[in-house]
Design a protein around this ligand. Sequence first.
Ligand code: GLU
Length: 458
Amino acid sequence: MYSHEIQRILKRKRIRIGDHVLIEKARKRYFGLLMPKPEFGEPGTIVMKLDNGYNIGFGAKGLNISKAKSEEPEAVEEEMEYELGKTKKGLLKTDFDPKKPKVSLLSTGGTIISRVDYRTGGVYAVENPKELLHNVPEIAKIVNLKMTNPLNKMSEDFDHEDWISLAKHVAKELNSGKKGVIITHGTDTLHYTSAALSFFLKNLYKPVVLAGAQRSSDRGSSDAGMNLVCASHVAISNIGEVGICMHGNMSDNFCYFIRGTKARKMHATRRDAFRSVNEPPLAKIFPDGKIEITNRKFRERKDKKVGLDTKINENVALLKAYPGSDPKVIDYYVKNGIKGFVVEATGMGHLPTDVSKKPWTTVIKKHSEQGIPFVITSQTIYGRVSPYVYTNLRKLFIESKAIPGEDMLSETAYVKLMWVLGKTKKFEEIRKLMLTNYAGEITPRTEINTFSVEGLNE
Ligand code: GLU
């Protein structure tokens, strides 16, 4: 709820949340929709959604607010007709050509199947994901799509059971003759799911393409359409891998297809948030169907049955060590049934040693001796953990028996450790499997030009 003062002003002017309003402040005029107070917002700040989709906050002091007149700039009129969550029937019909290659689309949730409710400015998931197809009619020229909806939730709510269920759906679809599978998914944890599918799908030689969107499909700046078009091209391509297909740069001119075990969300809002870490993306995908291979290391399409390898032990924790951090959290986790750890260390794999007041190395040694594996990855994200350069690294990797995560992403190592613990409980065997490359998660040598900050691997 807004402050009493703001509520009084709104009441006096008969303005309700969701009304199209004019705010005048410091001799400037702003048109937009009056938003409810954000959950964690300041009660004395009025929030308006501008017509370009961005929210802006105004302190109540010196502000004049009024209902916008009809001739003044309008928020998207058509959207106002939507009943929240309901989909107009006409939006659900897309005619696919049975002569086009058969591809399955598994919809799971996230921004890609969401719309903005222009009355409140909040984003909500549409009732029927088929609405997504209506926004991108051009995919009917590429694929004959069968759409199903095995899950419907935001990706922050996913866990290992969802990954297993998705893997089963993918295998079923591919083994029943689809050329490829597209999975639409929230972007926040998309790279965990892509890593999980990379390990869980055995003998995969067909494309499994995960796509999301940073902006809902009814926004002018939405990336949903192009991501879906590019994903459709990948799904019928020669690249028999699990990967993420999202915008490659800030313009709408191409997507990257990034290996499932090497992808990471690197920005909260940019449409090109996903980057390929420590190796070039597999390919550049253009909306007109052109595919430019940027990394030759991929499995080519083969007409083979895909298998499942989903036996895991999900009792793995992902921790981050930082100056002053207390390794006692490890004891807590072990007491609560955790059987393996991925620890995000600093730099090349450093953790506080016995020189510090809270040495991680000694706690790790104690538990490693009891057969609990610790895989070390780096907070730097890019680059490689190295056991030998510094004496302190030797302490960790030799004396404390930690396992170097090579150039694996922490999220990938986390999923992989669950998968490895599903195969063996023997410490030396776990170590061996963690150091073996199964799904492109470890590159033999990290090339220097695979470091990408501002679209450097474009
Ligand atoms: N947090 C939501 C999710 O990951 C929405 C974000 C998105 O789809 O980009 O599912």
